[in-house]
Design a binder for this molecule. Structure first.
Ligand code: FAD
Length: 322
C-alpha cells in the first residue's frame, strides 16, 4: 500500500493558522520524496482563508463543519479525525505542535494504537522511511526516531520548517456537515489577548527578564516589539513575580519558540529558559553582565545596561522604517 498523508489544519476564528500551513508545506515536501499523496482536514464552523492552502501544494481538503466545532473539543475532534483517518486509510499524519496539537496528537495516537513523535524539528527521508528529529533533555540532545507502526503521527514544532510556497493551484474542498457533534466538554468562553501576537507563532520575539527591574519598565520591551511587529516574551522569573502573563513565558515550563529573531533583554540564560528558545534562528542578547550564560548561545551580544541601549535601538528602528 502506498503512503497516504493527512495534514490536520487548525483554524482559529475561521482562519487557518500559519503553523498549520507550515505543517502542510513540510508534509508536501516529504510526500514528494516518497511519491505519496497528501490531503488536509480542517474542522470548524467557517474558514475564510482556504485560498492560502494551495500555496502549500495541497489541493484536496475535507472540511467538517458545525457551529459546535468552531472551538477545539478533545472528544469531538479526536473522534471525527480518527474516523476520517481509518475510513480513508491515511498512513502518515502531520499536525503542528500548538496547544491544540499537543492535546490532539497523543489522543489520535492512542485511539489509532500507533507511533507518535512529538515536537519534531526536522524530518528527513532515509531508505524510503521518515526519520524525525526532536530535541530532548531541554534541548541539550537531539533524538532521531523512526516510527514502525502502520499509521504514524508526526507533531511538528512551529517555525522550525518554514513554508515553501508553491505555484497556486485549484483547491478542492469537500464540505461535510456534521449533524451530531459528540462533546464531552464544551468551551463556554475564550478570553483572548486582543491584538497581541502569540510568542509561539511570532517571527520576531522581544523578551524581557528580571533585568528589567519591574513591570513598569516593560513599556521599553513593548515599544521595541511594536516597532518590529514582534511578540513580547518573558522569563519565568518575571511571570512568577506577576510582571507579565504566563502566556508570554518562554522556556521549559512555558512556550517553546523558534522565531527568526529572538531578542533577550535582561535575561540571564538559565537552562530552563534556553530550552524554550535555543532553536531560534538568530539570538540577540542584551545583558550588563558579560559572563551571563545567554551570551554562550547568542549570535549577537550587547554588554550594556538595557535602560541605556533599548531607547537608542527603538529610535534607530524608527529611523530605518521611515
Ligand atoms: P535572572 O536569572 O535573575 O537574570 C537577570 C539578568 O538580567 C542577569 O543576567 C543580569 O545580569 C541582567 N540584568 C540586570 N540588570 C540589567 C540591566 N539594567 N540591563 C541589562 N541586563 C541586566 N525560566 C524561564 O525563563 N522559563 C521557564 O520555562 C522556566 N522553567 C523552569 C522550570 C523549573 C523546573 C525550574 C527549576 C526553573 C525554571 N525556570 C524557567 C527558571 C530559571 O531557572 C531562571 O530562574 C529564570 O529563567 C531566570 O529569569 P531571568 O533570566 O529573568 O532572571
Amino acid at each position: 500500500m502506498s503512503n497516504k498523508f493527512l495534514v490536520i489544519l487548525e483554524q482559529r476564528n475561521g482562519y487557518i493558522k500559519k503553523s498549520s500551513l507550515e505543517a502542510a508545506s513540510v508534509s508536501v515536501k516529504i510526500a514528494n520524496q516518497l511519491n505519496a499523496g497528501v490531503q488536509a482536514i480542517v474542522l470548524g464552523d467557517k474558514v475564510e482563508n482556504f485560498d492560502l492552502i494551495p500555496l502549500t501544494g495541497i489541493s484536496e481538503v475535507t472540511f467538517y463543519y458545525n457551529k459546535e466545532l468552531s472551538e477545539y473539543s478533545s472528544s469531538a475532534y479526536t473522534s471525527l479525525i480518527t474516523k476520517h483517518i481509518t475510513d480513508n486509510n491515511f498512513s502518515e499524519i502531520f499536525i503542528s505542535n500548538t496547544a491544540l496539537g499537543k492535546d490532539l496528537a497523543p489522543r489520535l495516537a492512542a485511539k489509532l494504537d500507533c507511533g507518535l513523535v512529538m515536537d519534531c524539528t526536522t524530518l528527513e527521508i532515509v531508505d524510503n522511511t521518515i526519520i524525525a528529529t526532536r530535541p530532548i533533555f531541554a534541548g541539550k540532545m537531539l533524538m532521531k526516531q523512526k516510527l514502525t507502526s502502520a499509521v504514524k503521527v508526526y507533531n511538528l514544532r512551529p517555525n522550525a520548517f518554514g513554508i515553501i510556497e508553491k505555484e497556486p493551484s485549484v483547491v478542492n474542498i469537500d464540505k461535510v456537515e456534521v449533524a451530531d457533534v459528540c462533546l464531552s466538554t464544551k468551551t463556554v468562553e475564550v478570553k483572548k489577548n486582543e491584538g497581541k501576537l502569540d510568542v509561539a507563532e511570532a517571527d520576531i520575539i522581544v523578551s524581557g527578564g528580571r533585568g528589567m527591574k519591574g513591570p513598569e519598565n516593560f513599556n521599553l520591551i513593548e515599544n521595541l516589539a511594536n516597532e518590529l511587529n514582534a511578540a513580547v516574551g518573558a522569563s519565568r522569573a518575571v511571570v512568577d513575580a506577576g510582571w507579565r502573563p504566563h502566556a508570554e513565558q518562554v522556556g521549559q515550563t512555558g512556550k517553546t519558540v523558534s522565531p527568526n529573531l529572538y531578542i533577550a533583554v535582561g535575561i540571564s540564560g538559565a537552562i530552563q529558559h534556553v530550552a524554550g528558545m535555543r532553536s531560534s534562528k538568530y539570538i540577540v542578547a542584551i545583558n550588563k553582565d558579560k559572563d551571563a550564560p545567554i551570551f554562550q548561545i547568542a549570535d549577537y551580544g550587547i554588554v550594556a545596561d538595557a535602560f541605556e541601549v533599548l531607547p537608542s535601538i527603538i529610535e534607530e528602528v524608527k529611523k530605518i522604517k521611515q
